[in-house]
Design a protein. Structure first.
Length: 503
């Protein structure tokens, strides 16, 4: 045999011997046996039970944490009393989207929609309070009860500004309602519980406190409760309850910096129960919310306005325009008047004034404190009812020849239908109203399209349908009106012609 080949075989033999020796030593060092390493034992296929001992006693007895034990039981009792009144709401419908093809022709695309939210039973007859945005635009509404029953429900009425809707469960019951408490007694720091169906997870209860009061998330929704009780998508419409199990708020929105994927960040908002109760009674009795109407276009005071008016005061809001035939006109209000008080309440902004007007009972006479060219006046106005279209102006007598038409006729001639923005739209930072349609023979039909976002009238920003119709009627009666809108992501300006005078 070749000597070089013999040396190679010797090296290979030494290497293999060393490898098996080291492997055998590692196996023995890890608790194994040499025979296991050689694969001659089958003991590796057999499981040897481990010895274990679990503790039999908790580290503390209930007597050591007596207060916490009682609090734990009370939390459970409160939950058991509240949860049967909370329902899950599932909706379905068909949404129409208007598209333009390459030739500029409008086409419609229909696609199914589904929604989910929460609600709370407030009457023994089965009336449910929820958010308007939970059921807006949906044709089918179903509620899932605590006992697992799934029942159809119909819409009784809605308050789009407050974002409240009232449903009626189509069943004889029996139902377990919750009492609407007095939200004016709520205090910052008091303990509250939010109940709802976040992400479709039924009967979820979270606990927190009222973090603040009189919070605003839009020009329309003011005086909300802020809470740190966890509120997530799907909680909308569910109740915020106090320690007695009374409803002191209806959960409506959350603050989230990520608008595309909203999630709880420790800041949630609820509509106070007193506002909910007023809307509930009006909807059950009249089928719609009843709001007060004064008929003024206002602007907040700033240094330039004060200088122009030579007004040295700090309180008040200045009148820009008066709607024809409105309570403001009957009371003697004039442009450039500064409203400094409303029924004894000092006015700090125009939004505060509109809020007070809307909450005033229709037909009530209110005292208006007015500053006019250095003189302080006291006027009286009779609050009218805000109509379903948001114009709310009482009809004036038949217009004389050469006079402009009354406000209601102006709006009918223009033929514009709009809606207020939903809460999700307002949470995205949008302001204004959405065009829902135009009358084919209306003067505005060629200028506006369904889906347009109207942001301003004659450079004056608008916050809702009431303000839009008021400004539009006052302007179109005497002049062409400029509307600033967003269409297809671009801001454009369109002009609505003035209403022809009657001859």
């Amino acid at each position: 045999m070749n000597p070089a080949f013999r040396r190679l075989l010797a090296l290979v033999a030494v290497f293999l011997t060393a490898f098996f020796a080291v492997s055998a030593m590692k196996s023995c060092g890890n608790g194994g046996r040499f025979l296991d390493f050689l694969g001659r034992s089958k003991s590796s296929d057999q499981f040897r039970p481990e010895k274990f001992t679990l503790p039999e006693k908790p580290p503390l007895s209930l007597g050591d944490v007596e207060l916490l034990s009682r609090l734990n039981d009370e939390y459970a009792n409160l939950t058991q009393a509240v949860v049967p009144s909370v329902v899950s709401i599932n909706t379905a419908g068909v949404r129409t989207e208007h598209l333009l093809d390459v030739w500029g022709r409008t086409r419609e695309r229909r696609y199914p929609t589904q929604g989910q939210g929460s609600g709370v039973i407030v009457t023994r007859e089965g009336h449910v309070v929820t958010n308007h945005h939970v059921i807006a635009g949906q044709q089918q509404i179903q509620v899932s009860l605590h006992n697992g029953k799934v029942l159809p429900a119909r819409l009784i009425g809605e308050d789009t500004l407050l974002d409240i809707a009232v449903l009626k469960i189509e069943d004889d019951g029996p139902f377990t309602p919750l009492k609407l408490g007095d939200s004016s007694q709520a205090k910052v720091g008091q303990m509250v519980f939010a109940v709802g169906n976040p992400f479709g997870l039924a009967e979820t209860v979270t606990q927190g406190i009222i973090s603040a009061k009189e919070r605003s998330i839009s020009d329309n929704q003011r005086d909300l409760f802020q809470t740190d009780a966890a509120i997530n998508p799907g909680n909308s419409g569910g109740p915020l309850v106090n320690l007695r199990g009374e409803i002191i708020g209806i959960n409506v929105a959350i603050y989230s910096p990520d608008k595309a994927n909203p999630g709880f960040q420790g800041v949630g908002f609820s509509i106070p129960s007193n506002d909910v109760k007023d809307a509930l009674f009006q909807i059950l009795e009249r089928g719609r919310p009843i709001r007060g109407f004064l008929g003024v276009q206002m602007r907040d005071l700033d240094p330039s306005v004060r200088s122009m008016l030579n007004y040295e005061g700090t309180d008040g809001s200045v009148v820009l325009g008066i709607s024809p035939g409105s309570p403001a006109q009957s009371a003697g209000l004039q442009p450039k008047d500064v409203v400094v008080s409303f029924n004894g309440d000092k006015i700090r902004s125009s939004t505060q004034l509109f809020d007070l007007v809307q909450k005033t009972r229709v037909g009530k006479t209110v005292a208006l404190g007015i500053w006019r060219a250095g003189e302080v006046l006291q006027l009286q106005a009779v609050i009218a009812e805000s109509g379903a279209t948001g114009t709310a102006m009482p009809s004036s007598p038949e217009a004389a020849q050469g006079r402009t038409r009354d406000a209601q006729e102006i709006l009918q001639t223009l033929g514009i239908e709009v809606r207020d923005l939903s809460v999700p739209e307002r949470m995205q930072g949008l302001r204004g109203v959405i065009v829902t349609g135009t009358t084919p023979n209306g003067l505005a039909a060629s200028q506006l399209k369904t889906g347009d976002l109207i942001m301003a009238v004659n450079n004056s920003r608008i916050s809702g349908a009431n303000e839009f119709f008021l400004n539009l009627a006052a302007s179109a009666a005497v002049q062409d009106t400029a509307l600033h809108i967003i269409r297809g992501g671009k801001m454009i300006r369109v002009t609505v012609p003035a209403i022809p005078r009657k001859e």
